[in-house]
Design a protein around this ligand. Sequence first.
Ligand code: IPD
Ligand code: CA
Ligand code: CA
Ligand code: CA
Length: 261
Amino acid sequence: MDRIEKRDGLIKMWMREAAGLLKASFHEKLEIQEKTSRTDLVTNMDKTIELFLYEKISAAFPDERIMGEETIGHDITDLKGIVWIVDPIDGTLNFIKQQSNFAIMIGVYENGEGRLGYIYDVMHDEMFWAIKGKGAFCNGKRLKKIEDIPLAEGLVAISHRLIAADEDEARKIGKASSGLRMVGSAGLETALVASGKLVAYIAPSLAPWDIAAGKIIAEEVGLVYRQLNGQSINLLKNNAVIVATPFTYQEIMANFSVGQL
Ligand code: IPD
Ligand code: CA
Ligand code: CA
Ligand code: CA
């Protein structure tokens, strides 16, 4: 991939501009629609930000393909060449109900390999990013390689969906850890694992845009990011995922029936 530094600068600039639009939207009436259920919502701002980023990316890189959660690139069936994967607001429910704890996310892949990953926590002004092979950072400060902490010594985030599904195995994992934490943004939960503040994040159904940026950041600091059945991530479908320290990953795979989650 060419122009890595230029891409990095542009992406951060676009994300900060998009964050400005999101903050300004708090002064206006939000239009909210249900997608598949009362917990699966979309706002006019999800669509505005996706379109904003689409226009920026396609103007600067007209030959590259773009996949976004709301409307763009849903006909993409392979990852040949350069593919941008965009989540305009990760944590839409938090955006609506908390006006905080949501992120803008962009992952750039080349022939299926993650190259650049960005998770921007808008309200806390924290930009997590990674360039494959060059390390991961938060606001310009390099993230340390993670300590390989076991489950019993760390905090774990488990997606609300697993708890709501009365999933015994998820509860047992929580019990075996030091404690459970839930944020409601796959990206921010992945960033917490990458920062060493959690030892694992487990979610039963993440889409490509929930995964793309975080996977690159997580792998740069030495985390395992895989499907719960042990297979590598497939960015063309939804995945049941675990992001964890290698030790915690091994423990969870060996001691809990996570393949069924
Ligand atoms: C959702 C959030 C949530 C996770 C869901 C995702 P969205 O993304 O990351 O934490 O549990 O699976 O779909 O819809 O707010 O972009
Ligand atoms: Ca959504
Ligand atoms: Ca998302
Ligand atoms: Ca989203």
